[in-house]
Structures are given as C-alpha cells and as structure tokens.
Design a protein around this ligand. Structure first.
Ligand SMILES: Nc1nc2c(c(=O)[nH]1)N[C@H]1C(S)=C(S)[C@@H](COP(=O)(O)O)O[C@H]1N2
Ligand SMILES: [Mo]
Length: 258
C-alpha cells in the first residue's frame, strides 16, 4: 500500500470516518447527519488536496449482492417533465443521444447501443445523500475514461460538465436546470461510469434513465441523472449560478468526496 493510500485512510478515520460510520445495509434513515455537515463545512481546498494526493486509484467500497437495498430511494427529480424527455422515454430512448463535446478533438454523439458496446464496469456501491440517507445498489455502465479518450480531451480541459434533462426549479434564465461538474481526476477514476443498468435491469426513470453518472467517491448530488450532454470545460463560473452544480449553486460544496 502506498503512503498515499495510508494518508487517505488516516483522513477517513478523522474527518470522513463519521460519514463512513453511517454505513449500514439498506436505506437507513439517519437520525443525525453531523458527519455529513462537518464534512461539507470543512475546507474545500484541503479536502481536494488530500483527495488528489491519496485517492487517484483508491476504490470506493464495493459490497456483495446480499447488501443491495430492497428499496433504493429516488430523490430530487424522479420524472423530468419536458416534452423532449417525455418523447424520448416514450419510445424507449431509441432516439436519445449522448453528446460529448466542448474542449475535445472529436465530439461524440452516442446512442444507448453505442454506450452499451463501450468498455463497461459493474459495481455494487453505497449512495450517500447529503440529506442523511444511504442505499446500496448494483450499477453497470460505460466507463467514462475510455469515452473521453475516444473524444480526445484538449489540453485546456479541466472539468466535465453534465447537463441533465430535468429542471428542478423553474427559473426564466435556466439556472434551475440540473447540472453538475466534476474534475478530470474523478472522470478517469475506474469506478466512474455512465450507468444504464441498476440491479441488472435498465435504469428506471426515477433513478435517471436512460443514463446517470456514478462517481462513487462523491456524495449523491454529484451523480447527475438524465444526462443528455457532457462538455469538457476549463472553468465553470459561467454555468448556472457559477458554483459548479445545481446544489452547489444553492450552498453545497463543490467538492463532495467521501
Ligand atoms: N438530474 C438530476 N440528477 C440528480 C438529482 C436531480 O434532482 N436531478 N438529485 C441528486 C441527488 S441530491 C441525489 S441524492 C441523487 C438521487 O439519486 P436516486 O434518485 O437514484 O436516489 O441524484 C442526484 N442527481
Ligand atoms: Mo442527495
């Protein structure tokens, strides 16, 4: 084990342990979420530095099938109401395309079949929502790293932005549309996938059909559902309200590592 892995463990025992200690099978309602709150209120910069140092290849914990939650709670949007999304859903997402663009050499437009044919990964992981609940599910999806290699990131790219089909808060200027941004480090992590299956079935609409992001070492709000477009970007202050995500724009920290 490298020193880096050890220092991450040490950090987890400290700041992160209170959150990890909440790990129990199923969707246990947590009576308190001070751990999460403490984590969220600690310095972004320090967390990010430790995370970059220690976590490059560190895997989030994976679970046996027996740990899968019987009822995985759906949260936030559970049925995007745009006509465009409804039409896509109505014919099984046959016309859905995932665009990968922005700071890339070769923009991609991928069908669900294209994604299913791409290098995939399966994993059973625990989803931690900042609201204080956790659920375990099995996910299968296309690994994001190889897709980015196919598109060819330009040197200026620093983040990925995920644009979703749902509007969580109706605003005239579109700042209520759900979006998220992640670092390239997270994008290339082996457990970061564009999931199209949940518990061996096509991803249900409530959980983000046809495709949602799983970025397993982050809190739930990072895991964009209903992903329509991915953009490689250099900065994110021009998106939404400028903080890097729908919930970040409403006070949550951009760095949501666990
Ligand atoms: N597009 C979109 N993605 C989203 C959300 C949302 O409302 N819209 N909610 C986020 C939050 S806060 C959580 S906890 C998870 C919930 O995922 P689930 O519905 O599969 O439990 O999705 C995240 N991704
Ligand atoms: Mo969440």
């Amino acid at each position: 084990m490298s020193d880096r892995a050890i220092s991450r463990r040490a950090w987890l025992r400290g700041g992160g342990a209170s959150l990890l200690g909440l790990a129990t099978a199923g969707c246990d309602r947590l009576t308190q979420s001070q751990g999460v709150n403490r984590l969220l209120s600690s310095a972004d910069g320090l967390n990010q530095a430790l995370y970059d140092l220690a976590a490059d290849r560190t895997l989030a914990r994976e679970y046996p099938a027996s740990a899968i939650s019987r009822d995985f709670r759906a949260n936030g949007s559970t049925q995007p109401d745009s006509e465009e999304y409804q039409a896509l859903a109505a014919n099984g997402f046959a016309d859905w395309r995932l665009e990968i663009g922005g700071l890339v050499e070769r923009p991609l437009s991928l069908s669900l079949a294209d994604l299913r044919a791409a290098p995939a990964r399966r994993q059973i992981t625990r989803h931690d929502c900042v609201e204080g609940w956790s659920c375990i599910a099995g996910w299968k999806g296309a690994r994001l790293g190889p897709l980015l290699d196919r598109a060819g990131l330009k040197p200026a790219a620093k983040y990925l932005a995920f644009y979703c089909a749902d509007t969580l808060e109706l605003t005239l200027d579109g700042t209520g549309d759900y979006y998220e941004t992640i670092s390239l480090l997270d994008a290339y992590h082996p457990q970061t996938i564009l999931a199209y299956e949940m518990n061996d079935a096509p991803l249900p609409v409530a959980h983000g059909a046809p495709v949602r992001l799983r970025v397993e070492r982050q809190l739930g709000y990072k895991m964009a559902k209903y992903v329509m477009r991915i953009e490689a970007i250099e900065r994110f202050d021009h998106l939404g309200l400028g903080k890097g995500g729908y919930w970040e724009d409403r006070g949550y920290q951009w760095f949501a590592g666990i």
